[in-house]
Ligand binder design. Sequence first.
Ligand code: FAD
Ligand code: UDP
Length: 367
Amino acid sequence: MKTDYLIVGAGFSGSVCARVLADAGKTVHLIDKRPHIGGNAFDQRDAQGVLIHPYGPHIFHTNAKKVFEFLSRFTTWRFYEHRVLAQVGEQLLPIPINRTTINQLYGLSLTEDEVQGYLETVREPRDPLRTSEDVVLNSVGPDLCDKFFRGYTRKQWGLDLSQLSAGVAARIPTRSNDDDRYFGDSFQFMPADGYTRMFERLLDHPAITVRTGVDFTEVRPQFEGSHLIYTGPIDAYFDHCYGPLPYRSLRFDHQHLPDTAQFQPVGTVNYPNDHDYTRITEFKHLTGETHTGTSIVREYPQAEGDPYYPVPRPENEALYKRYAELAETATGVTFVGRLAQYRYYNMDQIVAAALKTAQDLLDAHAA
Ligand code: FAD
Ligand code: UDP
């Protein structure tokens, strides 16, 4: 088949590359083995008509104006700031830990300055911050670590905090003020008509052909001569020649609750110490939709299943580096995406990476 680019994976990385290349006059064939576009950000209506995220809650946030402006060509937005509470004992407390968390947990009424002073007395300074345990103990000390982080992390990753790189826990800030937003970014919005609708517009271009339900291995020989952009797991591309890269998976337990206007007070409630699931998300908070019932999802982490998270720890990063070296020597193929680059990327970081990758390809071709 004659096309300038064959792109494997119709998630953010593959779809953004497709659009940038098509806008520049290239022809693109985009495939995904799943029966839909959007990758893990895909959303759809459940049987009762509530917009849900089958692969877990996706909340868009970014500081990158360029990313926000690019996506704004394909969607309008609904302002939404995500809030999360953690169930600790009988209490529901803000996470990231803030002034309210400390005061409610310990029955105190500290001011912002006093909270800072309190954290100074309980934290265990660590230098360097090598592991996620270092990060948490360095900022909040052992009691808050055990109440909010250790159990959640054990469930989510099947590992202790001390076995994960610092970047995992560093995603969660610690605050001494009353800011109870989960993210601090300057742009926090949800696509007004959902992610799938945004992807449909992104891919609506005469130079882009989309085929879903198609695995790369089936079509590989048909595209000799086309440059390949691969966004799936990098170890699978190389037939796991150095052994499998660990990816963490999840089982999503979706549920619709009829005649329930609201199930929980905020978008997500985390369960650091109770239950086998890590968190429950109620979609109506994220989308702003109204319905007589409500739809929720519980996330059960597991080792086997679809790859959702790279597992950031030194030995995995070393194994990935070996695959990345192979990728550098391979000709006619470019790797981009959360699974292909084995990085714990958020959606906006993927969009930024894909914009750069596509531009680099165009520049290399023009040179
Ligand atoms: P993906 O979306 O995984 O797309 C890759 C695609 O490649 C898949 O559709 C797959 O089917 C396809 N593929 C793989 N192999 C093949 C093959 N051999 N042949 C054909 N197709 C193939 N980010 C945020 O910014 N905010 C959030 O709130 C957020 N929440 C998240 C919650 C969960 C539970 C998870 C797992 C991730 C979350 N993320 C969030 C991260 C976000 O999902 C990713 O950053 C983003 O989806 C990555 O896009 P991608 O295109 O790299 O990968
Ligand atoms: N985390 C935790 N307790 C929480 C929230 C997060 O221990 O209540 C830790 C945990 O290790 C988790 C990591 O911080 O995997 C990153 O959390 P985030 O909410 O960013 O995870 P994601 O939404 O990507 O699953």
